[in-house]
Ligand binder design. Structure first.
Ligand SMILES: [Mg+2]
Length: 264
């Protein structure tokens, strides 16, 4: 990456599982790098397929400006106040009750799929979700690719959208993805023009549910483990780190911070 590209960035949007996190766990080197990125003047936005309830906690506690959950369907922003703790604001969806009402249908489909495909299970984080219902295909289970493809085809026949990450298969009636959700959040919360934001925000991820963001943003980075998913990404990330997962994220952070230091 050239220094001009790093210096032209306003923020970094990052995936959690197998990008910042290492098999679900946060390492010291990855967490520390968030503080270095913030000191380098970058707005930090987590963008994950994980539940809204998780994003709510992360925005409250971590050095983040905002978080997008459930693959773009839900977003929270942190609003700093003259005194006291920052406040958390739900940016979207506007109608949480409506979004939640249809989850029973998704739950029924998910349970049917679990009966038909013994290689998968209901994900253990569904209780914190607002909009989708999620199956475990790679977190505690090991679902073969053909089972995942068959489940996606069945969901599609029922007009249910699917997105797959390295760990989860998400079922949703919301067609949002990480690109639409991120651009929507950046405009609604920070007044960023969506066309310009594609140039001024970098995105880092690792797998299939990051595909839309890899295609939408100009500065895109995959951590090294993205290589396993390159055949199924229509647009590959522009850069790939040498290290995998959280260590790859830290490598990216060091690179960005160093490149943003003004010459001399
Ligand atoms: Mg991931």
């Amino acid at each position: 990456m050239r220094p001009e590209e790093a210096r032209g960035l306003s923020g970094l949007v990052f995936d959690l599982d197998d990008t910042l996190l290492e098999h679900g766990e946060l390492t010291e080197v990855a967490y520390t790098s968030l503080f270095r990125l913030r000191e380098a003047g970058l707005r930090l936005v987590a963008c994950t397929g994980r539940p809204a309830g998780w994003a709510e906690v992360l925005v409250r506690q971590w050095p983040l400006d905002a978080a997008i959950a459930e693959n773009g369907a839900v977003a929270f922003v942190k609003e700093r106040r003259p005194f006291g703790a920052p406040r958390l604001r739900l940016v979207f969806p506007a109608d949480l009750a409506a979004a939640g009402a249809r989850r029973a249908e998704l739950r029924a489909l998910a349970e049917e799929l679990v009966r038909r495909f013994p290689t998968v299970a209901l994900a253990d984080d569904n209780s914190a979700r607002f909009t989708d219902v999620t199956l475990d295909i790679g977190e505690h289970c090991r679902a073969p690719a053909e089972d995942v493809a068959a489940m996606r085809a069945e969901a599609s026949r029922r007009n249910v959208h699917t997105l797959a990450s390295s760990v989860h298969l998400h079922l949703s009636f919301d067609p949002a993805d990480k690109a639409t959700g991120t651009l929507r959040l950046l405009e609604a919360a920070f007044g960023e023009d969506p066309t310009r934001a594609r140039l001024t925000y970098a995105f880092v991820g690792d797998s299939g549910n990051d595909a839309a963001a890899f295609a939408a943003f100009t500065t895109t980075i995959g951590v090294a483990n993205v290589r396993a998913y390159l055949p199924m990404l229509p647009v590959p990330p522009k850069y790939v780190t040498q290290a995998a997962m959280g260590r790859g994220f830290a490598e990216l952070a060091t690179t960005l911070v160093d490149l943003r230091v003004p010459p001399g």
